[in-house]
Write a protein that binds this ligand. Structure first.
Ligand SMILES: NC(=O)c1ccc[n+]([C@@H]2O[C@H](COP(=O)([O-])OP(=O)(O)OC[C@H]3O[C@@H](n4cnc5c(N)ncnc54)[C@H](O)[C@@H]3O)[C@@H](O)[C@H]2O)c1
Length: 417
């Protein structure tokens, strides 16, 4: 063991003694000091030698430079439901992926699965960071050479947004500004932005096209609309290629069963219908509560457009491929077909084989009767069509993952948002 403190056996009496006005140095002590300096220098030289021999020394990270033929995509929120599926697809298609996530809602387990599937150097890296921290975001952009950003990270529950609006404006609108500023500063040329049909509010006419007026009615939709507006204003004087995708209701999971949807248990009360349906089938909740049976729809329950996550990430890859400098593309991503809540519940019962108890209650304030997309524009311009349009099949795939992952990806590491 090295001892840089007092030598053993050395007593206070034989240490150097300062004389008034003149410093007396014990010659034995002087040689000790020289010895220590020599030892420290030798150790430092040894460390440098060993570091230089290590394979990572002097080798820049493959993520830090642009490489011809390789598109490096920053996936914000890549530990979340849609972001993890998008990362899987990008990696399968040979993209280089950097995931940035603060794990406030996502799962490190999903990232670990991706890392196991793509362990080769330069394929995937995970950076734990909060997009609200502009300094951290700038550091990420300064150290990595991104070709494109897919900005998924967001808090994304309509009900929660009405209870905590400021959180939504901060997390969605202001964080998008941070990302956009970093992209502008570091010259990242392509942005694919995750928007939502909630930006349309409650339109008079169905189906919803991209020119349907956007009149959002809750803070979630408003925060996303503001983020869209910032992006569009910025794009007017920039050569950035921008694609804004407005998703309808996302369901399903990886058909090969590697990833699934695993929201935090505390978010269940704000949750989505598919999550509630699986929880009821697993016996985690006693049954399903369908709110509103007197809407002006054929069976009285609300109508929504359910888009499978596999189709959704395909739309992202197509948007990335077709993105052009100085051009903005805005697309609805939905099937074009509305299904009622009753239909959904029946499909869910069949997919899970569970006899789910359903309770029919009064309407929930703020819910709109009917929302479904017109996907003509994305069909024509991006050559994209939804393939997973059988509700029961999508739910069967998702159910397989849910059944074998009762606790999601395992005990989540709880972190702040
Ligand atoms: N799920 C849907 O039905 C749906 C519909 C329309 C639009 N969207 C949009 O799609 C995107 C992804 O949604 P999702 O369903 O995968 O949600 P999710 O909660 O599963 O994933 C969001 C991810 O973002 C991360 N995140 C949140 N705030 C962050 C921050 N400040 N810094 C870094 N990471 C942060 C979370 O930890 C999480 O991993 C969101 O932008 C959402 O608004 C989702």
């Amino acid at each position: 063991m090295l001892n840089f403190g007092r030598n053993r056996g050395q007593t206070r009496s034989n240490r150097s003694v300062p004389y008034q006005g003149l410093e007396y140095v014990d010659p034995k002590k002087k040689s000790n000091v020289v010895g220590k300096i020599l030892l420290a220098a030798t150790l430092t030289a040894l460390c440098i030698f060993m570091l230089k021999r290590s394979p990572n020394f002097n080798t820049p990270s493959p993520f830090s430079g642009h490489e011809p033929g390789i598109t490096h995509v920053l996936v914000t929120g890549g530990a979340g439901y849609i972001g993890s599926h998008a990362s899987l697809r990008l990696l399968k298609d040979s993209y280089r992926v950097t995931i940035v996530d603060n794990l406030s809602r996502g799962n490190l387990g999903a990232v670990k699965i991706l890392q196991e599937l793509f362990p080769e150097p330069g394929r995937l890296q995970f950076i734990y960071a909060d997009l609200g921290d502009a300094k951290a975001v700038n550091k990420i952009f300064s150290e990595n050479a991104f070709d494109a950003v897919m900005h998924f990270a967001a808090v994304a529950y309509v009900g929660e947004s009405t209870l905590e609006p400021l959180r939504y404006y901060h997390n969605i609108t202001s964080n998008t500004l941070v990302v956009l500023e970093a992209m502008a500063k570091y010259g990242v040329k392509t942005l694919i932005y995750s928007s939502t049909c909630a930006t349309y509010g409650e339109p008079d006419k169905m189906p919803i096209t991209e020119v349907t007026p956007q009149v959002p009615i809750n803070p979630y939709g408003k925060a996303k609309k503001m983020a869209e507006d910032m992006i569009l204003d910025f794009s007017k004087n920039s050569d950035m290629a921008v694609m804004i995708l407005r998703y309808f209701n996302v369901i399903g999971s990886d058909p090969e069963g590697r990833l699934g949807e695993a929201p935090r248990p505390e978010l269940r009360e704000h949750g989505r219908i598919s999550g509630a349906c699986f929880d009821a089938a697993l016996g985690i909740i006693p049954g399903l509560k369908v709110k509103g049976t007197d809407y002006k729809t054929p069976d009285g329950t609300c109508i929504r457009d359910y888009i499978d996550v596999t189709d959704l990430v395909d739309a992202h890859v197509k948007a990335l491929e077709k993105a052009k400098p100085q051009k903005v593309g805005i697309y609805n991503v939905g099937t074009g077909k509305g299904r009622s809540v009753k239909e959904f519940v029946e499909a869910c019962k069949k997919a899970t084989g569970a006899n789910i108890k359903v309770e029919y209650l009064d309407r929930r304030p703020g819910d709109y009767a009917e929302v479904y997309s017109d996907p003509t524009k994305i069909n024509q311009e991006l050559n994209w069509t939804a393939k997973y349009t059988n509700l029961q099949e999508s739910l069967e795939i998702a159910w397989r993952w849910q059944k074998s992952h009762r606790n999601g990806y395992g005990t989540p590491a709880v972190m702040s948002s």
